[in-house]
Design a protein around this ligand. Structure first.
Ligand code: COA
Length: 280
């Protein structure tokens, strides 16, 4: 199969969504993040075109705050899988990384997604962490009486607060399944976006908010201190925003932290792994 890889243009969005829906059996999100993806001037939404015409695969190249390439939304139409389309898109990622001087890359996939894991291994990525997602369905949940008073902190304080939780979270802060290494550039960026919060009365801290898909959930990316207060805050904001869920990722081996969420009514959902390695 002759493949051409180039940037997906705005008028081709429906075709890209079609590829995603076929590959993910309806559980995609591309349409909802398309504005962010298509307006990203740093990393393109790539399309693989059979004979230069039919769109058969897509993948978004994103550069995170610490200059890691984040490979996301990689989808190949089922009838074209196992014919080298994913490989071709990875090669394009490597080329982009060389051009931009990006030295490391990462992606996530389900713990049981053998095709995605195997393809990442071909390109030298390896498992860097395993996490379980927990989801709280907000339908019928009452507004918490005392959710504390979490407020955004400045960059320096954010670095100090989140670095202290780095080990607990096994090195990654995760918003909307975007796994970012816990380091200074990432934390400073989160603080700039108002996503590092502290409750003065209890000294509790959270990385909280969304990277995208704001209508689907609020995300507890990290929390420390009084867990009840942190979760109450997330529930409060979720209810105020009218989103259906609070979502969080917990290191797979941290059963105690997982239990905290279960005790608050969260249900264990997907098991995910983040994979990382050299970018080219
Ligand atoms: C994961 C996915 C993108 C792979 O794309 P693809 O075009 O089928 O992959 P390629 O044909 O380029 O495969 C390249 C190599 O990856 C590995 N690989 C791909 N699919 C595999 C499978 N089903 N089982 C084992 N290894 C596999 C192999 O090493 C393969 O090389 P080979 O065919 O010479 O043995 C595709 O299966 C897909 O879209 N899946 C649904 C969406 C998804 O899971 N996306 C991942 C992000 S969560």
């Amino acid at each position: 199969m002759e493949l051409v890889v180039r940037t997906v243009t705005r008028p081709e969005l429906d075709k890209a969504v079609e590829v995603e829906e076929k590959a993910m059996k309806g559980s995609g999100y591309l349409r909802d993040v398309s504005e962010l993806f298509l307006s990203d001037e740093v990393g393109p939404l790539l399309g693989a075109y059979k004979d230069g015409e039919e769109l058969v695969g897509i993948a978004k190249y994103t550069v995170l705050a610490d200059h890691t390439a984040w490979l996301e939304t990689l989808r190949v139409a089922p009838e074209y899988q196992r014919q080298g389309v994913g490989r071709r898109l990875y090669e394009e990622f490597q080329k982009l990384s060389r051009e931009k001087g990006v030295e490391s890359m990462a992606m996530y996939t389900g713990l049981k997604n053998i095709p995605s894991y195997s393809l990442a291994r071909v390109f030298g990525l390896d498992t860097a962490g395993r996490y379980r997602e927990y989801q709280l369905d907000l339908a019928g949940v009452a507004m918490p009486a005392d959710a504390g008073d979490f407020r955004p902190v400045g960059e320096d304080e954010a670095v100090e607060l989140l670095m202290a939780l780095k080990e607990k979270y096994e090195g990654f802060v995760i918003f909307n399944r975007t796994f970012m290494r816990i380091n200074e550039p990432v934390i400073r960026q989160l603080a700039k976006e108002g996503k590092v919060l502290r409750d003065e009365a209890t000294g509790s801290v959270m990385a909280f908010g969304n990277r995208f898909l704001e209508k689907r959930s609020v995300q507890i990316a990290m929390m420390g201190g009084d867990y009840d207060k942190c979760i109450a805050w997330a529930v409060k904001v979720g209810l105020e925003k009218g989103v259906p869920q609070v979502v969080t990722e917990v290191p797979l081996d941290d059963e105690a932290l997982g239990q905290v969420f279960v005790d608050h009514g969260f249900k264990a959902a997907a098991e995910l792994q983040v994979m990382s390695g050299p970018a080219c």
